[in-house]
Write a protein of this length. Sequence first.
Length: 346
Amino acid sequence: MLNIGLLGYGFAGATFHAPLIGHSGRTAVSAIASSQAEAAAQAWPEARIVADLDALLADGALDCIVIATPNDTHFEFARRTLAAGKHVVVDKPVTLSAEEARILARTAADGKLLLAPFHNRRWDGDFRTVQALVASGRLGQITHFESHFDRFRPAVRQRWRENALNGGGLLYDLGPHLVDQALTLFGAPQSVNATIGTYREQAKAEDYVHLQLGYADKQVVLHASALSALEAPRFTIHGRRGSYLKTGLDSQEDQLKAGLRPGQPGWAQNPPGLIREVEGELDLRGELATLDGAYVEFYRALAASIQDGVPFPVTADAAVSVAEILELARQSAMEGRRLPYAATGW
């Protein structure tokens, strides 16, 4: 088993990381550092409960540290973890600036260590389905791709995720997932155009994000809102030979919050989407089954990478590219114009 130390036992640590680590079959929650020590100890009695990151770094039995703390702490905690010679998983966003992401990528490479961005939504069932559909060519050349992550949360909650000073707000909360999925499907865009707004009463961080990624042969729209009482389709794809629509969010987050765990009956199952394929006189309409979600594969892949040398599917390059595009989106929104994008690497 890959022994993992978890830094942070708030929403991300308790809801996502600990259950997935504990149920992957290849990883173990060996130690937890959190101010919520009592809750962590009750949920994971087999884990050592320690005071802070220093205690995790001093533990020679730990192979990897997972950073599941507020966004504005990610860079420093990840930098210290890599400097101590340990592999690191960092919850999204890996950093709040592109330059910080480049520093972490270089540090990991120099130390022959793994910097693993927690882009778990590559394993959403609907996105896995979209990825397979795009690769199949059934819709022909894709001309329009739209991805929405909408919720209805009109009341502002008192938590760091809704405080701009801590890197809160939808651009850095849901933006990394939306951008990473788009880059996984289509590679780097040529331009970025963004509108970012704060519309809820007493909101301190943005609750509306609308990004347009420009490609030579398609337009990609990424959207997140906290004021969508009637949600738009999660995915809308139009191509030269057909279209695909999928409504509803992947089930895994709600199931994890409800206490369901990977492998239990009904885990990660999702309803079908709708597809229409048109070619000549052929006109087919119907449902397209949605693949099951598979968040637990993130940690199985982590163990395979660290222990077996298998390339990890989410690279440090992904952290840098996502940070660059989010940074450019912020600039685009402030200046009110479309900006060119060229990946700089690290």
